[in-house]
Design a binder for this molecule. Sequence first.
Ligand code: NAD
Length: 476
Amino acid sequence: MSEQYDVIVVGGGPAGYVAAIRSAQLGLKTACVEQWINKQGNPALGGTCLNVGCIPSKALLESSQLFLNARDQFSDHGIEIDGVSANVPKMIESKDKIVQELTGGIEHLFRANGIEWIKGSASLLPEREIEVAGDSGKTVYRAENIILATGSNSIEIPSAPLQGDIIVDSSGALDWQSVPEKLCVIGAGVIGLELGSVWRRLGSEVIVLEAQDAFLPVADQQIAKDAHRQFKRQGLDIRLGARVMSSEVTDAGVKIRYTDSSGEQEISVDRVIVAVGRRPNIDKLTLPEAGLLIDERGLVHVNDQCETNLPGVWAIGDLVRGPMLAHKGSEEGVAVAERIAGKHCHLNYGAIPSVIYTHPEISWVGKTEEELKEEGREYKSGVFPFAASGRAKAMRDSAGMVKLLADKQTDELLGMHIIGAHSSELIGLAVTVMEFEGTSEDIARTVFAHPTLSEAIHESALAADFRALHIPNKKR
Ligand code: NAD
């Protein structure tokens, strides 16, 4: 048995490393167990988000969009460049450099905060103990509090088992050294759309097979419809109601068989990305004798405070209920650290923003119009298209709209849905207003800088009250 800790965090992703940093800031003796070995063969902090998720995908989304702009859009600005080409290995190398800088940054933060990084893979034992299997064998550690934050793994499907660099999950699709001529993406969710966009921009012919009949059912459907139209225009061939039955890797590529409303279909492609969701990573985490309660969806059962059924054992991030989003996990990490330190902390699950980093970006917070209808809540809505925004026009990037939803009686902001350039940055404004329980009138009375994209948010609030200034208003 080694030394005693106040807090041991299991998992060094955005939920776990943030929980460790906040715990250490609050004066708690903290360690974090992380087993990740990066593609250079070195131990790394940062989890999926930094190593093979949010950050590398954004790096490639940025590079591929710049390539597309240079090839197709610069001439609209009067900039003529001949022979634009994409050097894919260099893009991947540049992405890897960013990942290494950021994961190294977390290591630096751990040192600065006096957090011990225990390298290895942890299993939860009874009585707030964990066993870590590392290079030097197995060691048991004990802590007053254990925070479980082991994240999630890609779901694999029997009809398309992963195979080398031919049939890959999201991690594999971040490391291809060449552009597949023909690519099939299974799943039109967040990952499928983001990675499908990367490779489409770099030149692949992309077919996206989605099992559900509805496109982006989690998003507001007016926004989803606009997104679908725009992705189609970009050349993403999205086929809905398409269930993959089997895949066969041949010398010529991959044959995918699927069924849709008109029967059995077959396509031949060079490579496949499987992006059908993620599931909590609990396989090695807990031994039966530890007695940790897992719910029917395979999630670690927690209450509103992220407490598991075991005293002193907490769970956060993708392991527990709620959206699988890095920022949700991080805020749970802060909240749990503060609760352990005896502070009061509240996390508003009703105001967690979602973003899909396609172009245009799709961002939202709060309720969709469909949810409000289902709840029978009376609401008003205001929509403002970026086509009427001077800044968006000047950027030659005026696709999309802002849609605001507010309570009909109290005017409280209930939801905001934005499809448009940089909407991931704009949505923070709506989150803040919701956190303050603000109204659409509060937004309407706020002065926004001109010319900015955020003026579209202002105008959407004015539109909800039939007084938008830069579009004709619908009749009351
Ligand atoms: P997802 O749940 O967003 O989408 C998966 C899609 O695959 C669904 O639409 C589902 O209907 C479809 N599907 C499932 N089985 C299928 C099958 N056999 N054939 C065809 N389609 C099938 O999951 P994801 O895109 O894999 O992302 C996983 C998680 O990671 C999500 O919770 C997501 O929010 C999170 N994530 C977030 C971001 C971001 O915030 N930008 C980026 C990446 C991932």
